[in-house]
Design a protein. Structure first.
Length: 246
């Protein structure tokens, strides 16, 4: 699903999810914060803010009539939700806890809509309305740091030096606006790159291409964030699913 053009600078992607009650629900580590609308009945649904995930989690499968996930680009969530993103890390928070009555009104409006396109447009309009357009002088620094850590795998010390800031300043900025430290951000991006490349290349070559010292380094990092080895995950041998926290 493609977000409206006005939101392209702030939204990473939009997904119409189709949970299957027969399959485990796998939440991958993620540097992004997402807004998720879940339709649970003909006229019932809710909105939840899912913060950055520092490691994977596995839950029993469930079936929902509709589930739309809007992933925000790293660094955007504070402007939309008005809270430090570190408070959202590894949490799924009802939007009503952040937006109050405004979120409740939005839920009621979305619950009356029938098609996914109209629901998505309603969510997008709410995100646009929620964006705070006051420029933060740190925005260019954050964008460059996110881009660099996502694509080049720069070491944090080298990146801080190149951006003419201290490592502490960079770490504090990431923790507040992205919800993760730069090192954790880089680890998650690498593991997600491994997941995307699994099956298209041999493990050893994939390890080198993604910036690991060797295959054993990649396997250890993968296991720490995913709970299983790369080979086990690819074969579908997943950790035991646990119920989602209330």
């Amino acid at each position: 699903m493609i977000p409206k053009s006005a939101l392209l600078p702030w939204i990473a992607d939009v997904t119409l999810m189709r949970p299957d009650g027969l399959l485990p629900l796998v939440h991958l580590p993620d540097v992004a914060t997402a807004l998720v609308y879940r339709r649970t009945g003909p006229r019932d649904g809710d909105l939840r803010v899912v913060g950055p995930r520092s490691r994977a989690s596995y839950h029993p499968g469930k079936e929902l009539p509709m589930c739309i996930r809007v992933r925000l680009r790293p660094g955007v969530a504070r402007s939309v939700f008005g809270v430090p993103v570190r408070e959202l890390r590894d949490q799924a928070v009802p939007l009503t806890e952040l937006w109050g009555d405004r979120a409740a009104r939005l839920e009621r409006r979305l619950n009356e809509l029938s098609g996914t396109d109209s629901v998505l447009r309603g969510i997008e309009d709410a995100v646009l309305e929620g964006l705070r357009h006051d420029a933060d002088p740190r925005d260019p620094l954050l964008r460059e740091a996110v881009q660099s850590l996502s694509t080049t795998g720069d070491r944090v010390a080298a990146l801080a030096q190149r951006l003419s800031v201290s490592e502490r300043h960079l770490r504090d900025l990431f923790t507040d606006r992205v919800g993760l430290t730069p090192k954790r951000f880089t680890r998650i991006q690498r593991v997600r790159t491994v997941l995307a490349g699994a099956g298209a290349a041999k493990w050893a070559g994939l390890a080198v291409d993604t910036g690991y010292y060797d295959q054993s380094h990649m396997a250890a990092d993968f296991h720490a964030l995913m709970g299983v080895s790369p080979t086990a995950f690819r074969a579908g041998h997943l950790p035991t699913a646990t119920p989602c926290a209330t």
